[in-house]
Design a protein around this ligand. Structure first.
Ligand SMILES: CC(C)(COP(=O)(O)OP(=O)(O)OC[C@H]1O[C@@H](n2cnc3c(N)ncnc32)[C@H](O)[C@@H]1OP(=O)(O)O)[C@@H](O)C(=O)NCCC(=O)NCCS
Length: 202
């Protein structure tokens, strides 16, 4: 049985909040709580088709742990877990390849709990995450890429200020076909007005 001290420590851990959004909180990765969720989310065939090629191979818990160690450490990475306001983990969001000279980075995200997709959680997380990237980390431009068939990702990124910069033709093989990769990016100055409007909206 858990002692009272253990219980209250667990309660405090539950309350770690790094970014507080309107619909979500974002908090640091916690191996004990998150590793199995991340493996479950990334293994899901529906979600996996939208994610980069490394996710197309089956992963053991050990392999996922290794990858998470790399994604959550070092000055070129920021990685956060997305939670509902009730502290239910529903996905993750990160910056990688942060370049502190050019002040650029690549963003990636997933709402892994499928019943929480399409309900505005991704947009809310991305808005507060970009505000952190631009107005705390002082980054200048965030790049990303989506497969041409991932209309939802293009739509939610577009709402957060990303614009199409180019297309890599027939770059990715998914579901038996080659697909274009749509290269998108958002600049700090374009984000700031969107952010002001977002903060004022209900
Ligand atoms: C992409 C993802 C992070 C977006 O998060 P989300 O919480 O589901 O998205 P939101 O509900 O905030 O916004 C989705 C928007 O796309 C729109 N949308 C959904 N399906 C669409 C479609 N087929 N075509 C056009 N727009 C679409 C929605 O209407 C919504 O816009 P609205 O709020 O103006 O109505 C999430 O769906 C996800 O994790 N998907 C699987 C993995 C993935 O694709 N990761 C990104 C890889 S680039």
């Amino acid at each position: 049985m858990l002692s009272l001290i253990q219980k209250s420590e667990e309660g405090l851990m539950k309350k770690v909040v790094f970014l507080s959004g309107k619909k979500v909180n974002l908090r640091p990765y916690d191996k004990e709580k998150d590793l199995r969720n991340l493996l479950r989310w990334i293994s899901d065939p529906e979600t996996r088709q939208f994610i980069s090629s490394h996710a197309q191979f089956p992963k053991s818990l050990e392999k996922e742990e290794d990858e998470m160690r790399k994604r959550t450490t070092g000055p070129e990475n920021v990685f956060l877990i997305i939670e509902t306001k009730n502290h239910r983990p529903i996905g993750c969001m990160g910056l990688h390849k942060i370049d502190w000279i050019n002040r650029t980075a690549e963003s990636g995200a997933s709402i892994g709990e499928k019943k929480y997709q399409n309900k505005g959680y991704g947009t809310d997380a991305k808005m507060f995450f970009l505000n952190y990237a631009f107005n705390t980390l002082n980054l200048r431009k965030i790049n990303s890429a989506a497969f041409s068939f991932n209309k939802r990702s293009l739509a939610y990124n577009g709402k957060c200020g990303y614009k199409i910069e180019g297309v890599f033709k027939r770059q990715f093989f998914r579901n038996g076909k080659y697909h274009d990769a749509i290269m998108i990016a958002v600049f700090k100055e374009d984000f700031q007005n969107i952010w002001k409007r977002y903060q004022k909206a209900d």
